[in-house]
Design a protein around this ligand. Structure first.
Ligand SMILES: [Zn+2]
Ligand SMILES: [Zn+2]
Length: 149
């Protein structure tokens, strides 16, 4: 069985001598796993990989997805990647501390995994003036402001 693969390589190698050099090189590269013979042919899933089979998600304001809000002065879209970052308008002099987020018009939330625009909404609009959940319909990432029981 093992000798068969060596014979195959020798046969193909002889055939390859009539090919142009780059093709011959490619042929040897493709056959490299065969020639390796007794290398490891199993791979293990690490514990990290097996845990990511569940849907990605985060809970809590500090994990809020990157948000785009509207500048109150000039209407420019301002990206606030982290909820603890100051809100700095790229077009005018507006610079607001992060707690002023609630006063601004939220234009979009961006999925932190795949960068797709997320669907978002509120569960208690009378109690909170911020988005309370967001879902990415592309990769199924889900964010919740708080756990609800
Ligand atoms: Zn502005
Ligand atoms: Zn996504």
């Amino acid at each position: 069985m093992a000798d068969d693969s060596h014979g195959l390589v020798a046969t193909l190698g002889a055939f390859g001598s009539r090919l142009v050099a780059p093709l011959k090189w490619l042929l040897y590269e493709l056959l490299a796993p065969l020639r390796a013979g007794d290398g490891p042919n199993k791979f293990r899933l690490s514990s990290v990989e097996t845990h990511t089979t569940t849907i990605d998600g985060d809970t809590g304001w500090v994990y809020r997805p990157p948000a785009t809000v509207q500048c109150p002065d000039c209407g420019t879209a301002i990206l606030q990647a982290d909820p603890r970052d100051p809100i700095d308008c790229p077009s005018c002099s507006v610079s607001l501390p992060p707690e002023r987020f609630t006063e601004l018009e939220l234009l979009a939330l961006t999925c932190p995994i795949c960068r797709t625009g997320m669907q978002h909404g509120q569960r208690h609009p009378e109690a909170f003036d911020v988005p309370e959940w967001a879902t990415c319909h592309n990769c199924q990432y889900h964010w919740e402001f708080k756990h609800f029981y």
